[in-house]
Structure formats: C-alpha cells, structure tokens
Design a protein around this ligand. Structure first.
Ligand SMILES: [Zn+2]
Ligand SMILES: [Zn+2]
Ligand SMILES: [Zn+2]
Length: 313
C-alpha cells in the first residue's frame, strides 16, 4: 500500500509535539510564577496523550478518527478531523495496541485529567505538591511508555535531548515523593498512626489528626471519613460500588466496635488477614471476626466468645 508523502511528516510532528509539551510542562512546574502551574498540568497531560496517539498511529492512522468510517487520507494529512477522546485513546491503546498500563498509574493520570478539565472550564484550587505528584506520575508513565513501546528508535537528535531532560526531571520528582513518604512512615510508626490512601494523589500519605484527614504528600486536606473509606475500598481492595451492586456482593467493611465509626473497619489489604479501623486505628485479626448468629451482621468476637453481636439480645 502506497503511503502519501505527507504521512511521514505528520508522524514526525506528532512525536516531537508530544515531547515538546512534556518539556514545557516541566519548565512550568519549576517556574516561579504560580499561574505557570496551570500550564504545567495542561501540557504534561497533553504530552502524555499525544504519546499514546503516536502508538495508535503506528497501528493505523484511521484509528485516530472519532468515526473511522469517515476517515480519509486527505482529512488525515490535513489534520482537519474530529479525533478520538481520552477514553477511546486509552481503550485503543489497551485493546488494539495490546499495551499494558498499570491501573494505579492510569487512576492518577485520570486525576490529572480531572484537574486539567477544571482548569480549562471551571475554577480550581490546587497545591504545588499535588501538581508535582500527579505530574511525576504522568512523566513516569510517559517514560515507561516511550521505552517499552520503543518510540525511542524514532527519535531525532532534538527529541533525544528533550527525552533526557524529561528523564532528569521525573527523577527529581521521584526523590521529592520518596523523601516525603519516608518521613511520613517514620512519623506514623512513632505515633502509632496508620497512613490511608489519599483520594487526591492516591499515595498512602493521609494521616488523621484530631479527626481531620490530610495528605502529607500532596498537602490536600479536608477529606471526610467516608471519602477515605471509599478510596481504600477502590484503590487498595479494588472494589467499586458499581461492581458490588452489579454482582450482588457485600462490602467487606463494617462498623468499628471501638470508636463506633460507621463502616470504618476494613481489610488492611487484599489478603484480608487483618482488619483496621480507618478512624481510630484499631487492628483486628480476621479470625476474631464472626457473623452474629441472630442478625447475621459481622462483629468482632470478644474474649468471652459469645455468638451474638453487641446489638443483639
Ligand atoms: Zn495526596
Ligand atoms: Zn475505630
Ligand atoms: Zn446481631
């Protein structure tokens, strides 16, 4: 099949366009002007998505059209067509190109996208640290993608240079995150606290202080217990409300017998060996948990070993 001459030029442009966006985003994060953060988010997100599109282009240019039946080489070469949206891009990457993307990285990328949408269409409030954490995730995703999908073999000299700069910045951001998480872990151990997953940056960095939940990595705060519980269910245990409703399953969490917080006693991880209260940090082994023989609700068995939960006669 004879390709049009213009195609070659477009391919080249897409890749360097992607790298250029990423590099601009990086500069903007490090900029002293706070409003440059906004452009950092817009540009790092766009750069990452353009890289995905570069991969799709390798599969077939027609897949970049929102409606592939309307795809023509003329429209494609002019770039004058309605392209695929974010969700289609991700599903084509996964289902047609067969690329494996880490679930946790995609969750954070989606969070960057939400932030971008707010910036573009509404008002927003964001910390520099949240931008750093989410950008660091997108950059790492982009770097892995470039390396694993061998986009590097298409680099020219300028693109290689841009890539090296992106590598360096991503490493600096990583150090920033690791350092913060290290300090936090030490603090948590000393104070017998349990870091919960952050609903903003999805790092295990939220600690409750006087009933207030704040993320010590991205500095976002003001979460309520319900948000923290939902986030733990979804991010740590991989359970979504949708699945529970659809498959008629049961939530694994229940009320804490110690502090009585609603549904706050939750499996610590996917092994379901230990339960922890996300409100008071109570820890319970799973063999201490039973179903009440009267009301069938789960409860923590006390030492005298009754088979009824505290609310049943
Ligand atoms: Zn956070
Ligand atoms: Zn509790
Ligand atoms: Zn009962």
């Amino acid at each position: 099949m004879g390709k049009m001459e213009k195609t070659e030029e477009f391919e080249h442009t897409l890749l360097s366009n992607a790298l250029d966006y990423l590099e601009h985003g990086i500069e903007e994060i490090n900029g002293i002007n706070p409003s440059s953060l906004k452009y950092a988010v817009l540009h790092i997100f766009s750069g990452t998505i353009l890289l995905f599109k570069q991969k799709i282009l390798q599969e077939s240019w027609s897949l970049l059209f929102k409606d592939p039946s309307q795809a023509t080489k003329v429209k494609y070469a002019s770039g004058d067509f309605e392209g695929i949206n974010y969700n289609s891009t991700i599903s084509i990457i996964k289902n047609i190109c067969g690329v494996k993307l880490s679930r946790s990285r995609l969750v954070k990328l989606n969070e960057l996208r939400n932030l971008r949408n707010k910036m573009e269409h509404f008002q927003f409030e964001v910390t520099v640290d949240l931008v750093k954490v989410l950008s660091s995730n997108a950059l790492n995703l982009a770097i892995k993608f470039i390396e694993n999908e061998d986009l590097k073999s298409e680099f020219d000299e300028r693109e290689e240079e841009l890539f090296q700069e992106i590598l360096l910045t991503a490493r600096n951001f990583d150090h920033f995150c690791e350092e913060r998480l290290g300090i936090l872990k030490e603090y948590a151990l000393k104070n017998d606290k349990l870091p919960c997953t952050c609903p903003s940056c999805f790092s295990p960095a939220v600690i409750s202080e006087d009933g207030e939940y704040k993320c010590h990595l991205c500095q976002e705060g003001g979460f309520d217990l319900e948000e923290i519980i939902d986030c733990h269910l979804e991010q740590v245990l991989g359970i979504s409300e949708y699945e529970i409703v659809k498959y008629g399953g049961e939530y694994p969490n229940f009320d804490c017998p110690e502090c009585e917080a609603r549904l706050a006693l939750i499996p610590e991880d996917m092994s379901y060996k230990k339960y922890v209260c996300l409100s008071c940090n109570l820890e319970v082994e799973s063999n201490q948990i039973d179903n009440c023989s009267y009301c069938n609700n789960r409860f923590v068995v006390s030492d005298d070993g009754g088979q009824l939960c505290p609310s049943c006669p």
